[in-house]
Design a binder for this molecule. Sequence first.
Ligand code: COS
Length: 383
Amino acid sequence: MIRDQETLNSLLDTVSRFVRDRLVPAEQLVAETDEIPEDIVAEMKAIGLFGLTIPEEYGGLGVTMEEEALLMMEMGKTSPAFRSLFGTTVGIGSQGILIDGTMAQRAAYLPRLATGEIIASFALTEPEAGSDAASLRTTAILDGDHYVINGTKRYITNAPHAGIFTVMARTDLADKGAAGVSAFIVEADRPGISLGKYDKKMGQRGSHTCDVIFENCRVPVANIIGGIPGRGFKTAMKVLEKGRIHIAAMCVGVAARMLDDALHYAMERKQFGQPIAEFQLVQAMLADSKAELYAAQCMTLDAARRRDRGENVSTEASCCKMFASEMCGRVADRAVQIFGGAGYLSDYGIERFYRDVRLFRIYEGTTQIQQIVIARNMVKAAS
Ligand code: COS
């Protein structure tokens, strides 16, 4: 759903210019230093990127899912690390509070998230609980008017920068499954929280992940999202469902950037006396990429519109995430192939994208988890 085409066009134009003029020229620097420059972070805040999905009443831009998808398709046209900095705040880190939080919780945290004053980080995954998220072992034991959290969370994006974590922990030790899990808002400066060292990743330098360790970390009972224990797994699933459409849109954006780079390279690079873009085997790679990209774009926008209409998009969100992330991987591979030897050199940037996009097929639910969600929904609907 697009609320006001003119306002959206202006925002899309702002993001597009920001990407082209500020972010693309900084890509190499971010890759080399593993840091996003402070002035760029300040501009992200000024544009309102941290508050994209937070309702206007809490100081955000309150974009719809369709608007968010269109914006992420623009944002994707540069290194994914830039999006990652505000991605956990607009997405998985804040949406639990928005979707299932109490009015008091929303009022307490969303305004500061919307401005980028604090960053939200989503803490679900653990050393022993990844795809099987319901098996998580972090515990939260009631002690008076507090819960005491113990456990380790792994690969937590933006943990080193977080002001709050939304933490999924087991409040009912007798229930080893989803119903024993609650979601908490945990301020990052609470005693009992420590961080592991930065993970050394394959790509996405400038985006930071690490372990978050909770040792007797006391959190007020009032910080359970929604105020009722046992609902945290469902909150996490709802958040991830929305996040999957967001990531699919990012995949479309990054694939468009890689394809554009590959096309321009193919038109300039001459072999056998003509630009390689004139050769049909190169054209096949360009055409296959274009068609798949278009398909992913259509799917993602359709799922986003359906979600805006209030439809259950569990299947569609997983279809988009699976197809768009796999498509993005194939486009990255073809782009490297079209660049040839230059595709293997860091100077040309395409090998960096090749490494960066590998993560899309893994995080916020692997391709295999999306297959499970889709097929299970099919069986359920047919029974
Ligand atoms: N929205 C609302 N509720 C949902 C839901 C959704 N999208 N998906 C599941 N639920 C509910 C189910 O309805 C069920 O509730 P009831 O018991 O009341 O029926 C409950 O949550 C448990 O669901 P389910 O039985 O399907 O849980 P499973 O343990 O079988 O796991 C998968 C389901 C595999 C889909 C889940 O663990 C998953 O998504 N894993 C991947 C996790 C992930 O994406 N990690 C990335 C880390 S963050 S970057």
